[in-house]
Design a protein around this ligand. Sequence first.
Ligand SMILES: [Zn+2]
Ligand SMILES: [Zn+2]
Length: 228
Amino acid sequence: MSESFIKPTDIYCSSCGAKLTTKDGHCSSCGKLVGEAQYAGIERIGAAGKGYSENTKHESFARASKATNKGVMIILPIIALVIIVALIVMGVSPIGSIIAGVATYILMLIIALLNMRKKPSWEGTVEKKSYEKIKRQGADRRTYLIKFKTDDGKTKKQVWHSYSPVWDYLQESDKVRYVGDIGGVNAFEKYDKSEDESIPCACCGKLMDPRYTYCTICGALLLKGKTS
Ligand SMILES: [Zn+2]
Ligand SMILES: [Zn+2]
């Protein structure tokens, strides 16, 4: 039964985090049912519990962020190449186009490396959510911001350069922990997840069913608290 329960986004097993291979609706690593069927009878709301996860050093984070970083490293030279070709087509000299492409590549690489760098963890409260409309390449885009107040009185700012479900998920006055050593802009865990219908993956930022143990998109362990 229930191959139909498997969504196209299910790349990793929600129970064991292994890369998914299945023929009869069961994960070939742990044998558990894949998809929603496994969680029949378990209440979705409340499944992520209350309190911060004790598993912030889990091995799955290194693997998940390595996969994301690898994706970025492949995309950057492709973007640079597209810029060079576009400029040449637009009549810019080949040398000028190559210089512009390489300069953009270096800039994007620096930004990517700065984002990948591991940052120290902190705990605090969501103070203010906002977004800014910016013009980029002639189109209206939004930059998403959250201002936090840390428990030791500092102000922290997090910026998402495109829409992130994590920005939507976090609400003003929420108590949160920034799990910086996981890396990236999505590494936030809310203290009280007991009312949540979905929780974001701290690595890729995608919203997941709180009954899952692992993110089915990147294979990272989901940060959950204690259920009463
Ligand atoms: Zn499994
Ligand atoms: Zn993920």
